[in-house]
Ligand binder design. Structure first.
Ligand SMILES: Cc1cc2nc3c(=O)[nH]c(=O)nc-3n(C[C@H](O)[C@H](O)[C@H](O)COP(=O)(O)OP(=O)(O)OC[C@H]3O[C@@H](n4cnc5c(N)ncnc54)[C@H](O)[C@@H]3O)c2cc1C
Length: 326
């Protein structure tokens, strides 16, 4: 079967990889210039920073087996630390027994480590899709047309999948209209001494999470800085200060960090990214994918399976397992 797959995040590439292994001809369309989707990073002279997912956890036994394979191949490492949390404006140790995993060297290694026995069109945003007697046709925003696909699988965030598909299929009206909340992500390179055991912080209503990226195993930083941090601002704060904000996000993040650390750390460099689709809201959608069998159309993605990295993997695996039965 000839399958068109939109999106090269973890769910899309896991599905593409498994379908290709089953002998299907798969073509992936990705609007950005690389693999990984929200397992994205920025490469800076002062260090390479994961700007999306910071780590992942495992609950599902099948995913645990996948993680064991990744660990053996050194594509994944354990990030072993005891988190802190903010309580009444103060950092407080908050030890837990959660095992936290990271992609190595960066989170997108999870996607890079999957087999690549399929074609990928990068920088190819699909703006319209259409079903005819000859199968699915996809039109890119640059005006390219790709035709003759038996199946179409879409792995973008729910809001984008719905917008693309709702006019082609009544079933796709079940894709929720609003699933995600935004997140401002701020990377900081700093100088100044901070206690070694502060590696991850569950924050407050302004900054929701902080990773001390320079403490992660294998992180390489420039010699003239002491630390690299990633701050994820809360959904509520990020919604208020949307993408067009005039607020100095870098200074706000630095001030927050200084206050929590109780010390005058110095900012050497920063980078920032506004995620439109980050945190998932509680939604009434409890199936790992949505399929319109008549139209030979499916949507998959982390959002169908609880969000998170594990959800992306599970959605793809469950879809491919059921696709084989169709
Ligand atoms: C700031 C942030 C922090 C997070 N923190 C964590 C965490 O700590 N732990 C955790 O487990 N999870 C975390 N997550 C969630 C996790 O990253 C995602 O759930 C998961 O990576 C989503 O994978 P996916 O394949 O479903 O979607 P995506 O990774 O979003 O992949 C979809 C792909 O589709 C492409 N695309 C969309 N529309 C089109 C189109 N029209 N044409 C072509 N391509 C298109 C996109 O460019 C993207 O590459 C975080 C996410 C964010 C943003």
């Amino acid at each position: 079967m000839k399958v068109a797959l939109i999106g090269a995040g973890l769910s899309g590439i896991k599905a593409a990889s498994d379908l290709a292994e089953l002998g299907h001809e798969v073509v992936v369309f990705e609007k950005s210039r690389g693999l990984g989707g929200r397992l994205a990073n920025r490469r800076k002279p002062w260090g390479s920073l994961d700007i999306g997912a910071q780590y992942f956890t495992v609950r599902d036994p099948g995913f645990q087996q996948q993680v064991a394979i990744w660990l053996k191949a050194a594509a994944v490492k354990i990030w072993d630390f005891s988190p802190y949390r903010v309580e009444q404006g103060q950092l407080t140790p908050s030890p837990d027994d959660t095992v936290r995993y990271i992609g190595s060297p960066l989170m997108n290694q999870l996607v890079h480590s999957l087999s690549d026995n399929f074609a990928v069109h990068f920088r190819c945003e699909i703006s319209t899709v259409e079903k005819s007697r000859d199968g699915w046709s996809l039109l890119s925003s640059d005006g390219d047309i790709f035709s003759g696909f038996d199946w179409l699988i879409v792995s973008s965030p729910a809001e984008q999948s719905r917008a693309l598909l709702v006019s082609c299929s009544d079933v796709m009206a079940d894709v929720p209209e609003s699933v995600h909340q935004p997140c401002w992500a701020l990377g900081l390179a700093t100088r100044g001494e901070i206690a070694e055991d502060v590696q991850g912080i569950f924050g407050d209503e302004t900054v929701r999470w902080v990773s001390r990226l320079s403490s992660r195993p294998g992180f390489i930083k420039a010699p003239d800085i002491d630390d690299v941090w990633m701050l994820h601002f809360s959904p509520e704060w990020s919604e208020q200060q949307d993408k067009k904000t005039t607020m100095d996000i870098g200074q706000t993040g630095l001030d927050w960090l200084r206050k929590m650390m109780g010390t005058e750390i110095e900012k050497v460099a920063e980078c920032r990214h506004y995620w439109r689709y980050a945190n998932i809201k509680p939604i009434a959608f409890n199936q790992p994918y949505l399929v319109d069998e008549c139209q030979q159309l499916a949507v998959i993605g982390a959002w169908c399976a609880g969000g998170r990295v594990e959800g992306a993997w599970l959605s793809a695996v469950k879809w491919v397992a059921d696709f084989v039965e169709l």
